[in-house]
Design a protein around this ligand. Structure first.
Ligand SMILES: O=C[C@H](O)[C@H](O)[C@H](O)COP(=O)(O)O
Length: 226
């Protein structure tokens, strides 16, 4: 039997997310849209329904551009109230639906848009589903002048910080990736990192984790809820 490629799994969950949200849409609905290769496929699938909803708030300039290319209006979050749904990928997601995000450096806007959403639907291929977060290096967005200070604080917490050279976020900041970081308790680590001066956002999404995970596996898309 032919194995399903990662790209096919991403496409399957993107379609499943569209199937899940289309019944909720009306001409006034504005939805939150994430960033990355899986979110891109979701945007492409969503395009067929562009006349069934009002528009979207994007979590990155790249996603905003892709939405606009499909003729989907993109709104500033400040002009929109609560979003009924936010759809995005993840770099890792655990059984409690806590996530590591930010592999594409979009974590800050993602966390903000997710905070405004009633329901967070995570779309991910099976490789992202883990027992414990931390195999994927944890991205942190830092104010540039605080980079070395934040790195020293991370070392005190037992992680190995690595500057992601050449990357500037949509907010004009820099990214540090933390390798070899044990995240036994995502909520507690999220709170600890929230306290470090100079960190704009880190990639642990635990307090605002996903509500629904659409997980692409060889045998189909599993729907897992928190
Ligand atoms: O900054 C990027 C985001 O957090 C993405 O959602 C995450 O990196 C997953 O991206 P992909 O769907 O390309 O694996």
């Amino acid at each position: 039997m032919a194995t399903t490629t990662q790209d096919q799994l991403k496409r399957a969950v993107a379609r499943a997310a569209v199937d899940e949200i289309v019944p909720l849409l009306d001409r006034q609905t504005v939805i939150g849209v994430g960033t990355g290769s899986t979110a891109n496929l979701f945007i492409d699938e969503l395009a067929a329904y562009r006349h069934d909803f009002d528009g979207a708030v994007a979590s990155s300039k790249a996603s905003a551009d892709r939405l606009k290319q499909h003729g989907i209006p993109v709104y500033d979050l400040n002009g929109v109230g609560t979003l009924p749904v936010y759809v995005d990928g993840a770099d890792e997601i655990d059984t409690e639906l806590s996530m590591i995000k930010g592999g594409g450096a979009a974590l800050t806007r993602e966390k903000i848009v997710a905070a405004c959403a009633q329901t967070f639907i995570c779309i991910a291929d099976g490789s992202k589903y883990v027992e414990r977060l931390g195999g994927f290096p944890l991205p942190i967005e830092v104010i540039p002048m605080a980079r070395s200070f934040v790195a020293r604080e991370i070392v005190k917490l037992g992680g190995d910080p690595m500057y992601r050279e050449g990357v500037v976020t949509d907010n004009g900041n820099q990214i540090i990736d933390i390798y070899n970081f044990v995240i036994d308790d995502p909520r507690s680590m999220e709170a600890t990192l929230d306290q470090i001066t100079g960190i704009v956002t880190h990639g642990i999404f635990a307090r605002r984790g996903a509500d629904v995970l659409l997980l692409g596996r060889d045998d189909g898309v599993a729907r897992i809820t928190r």
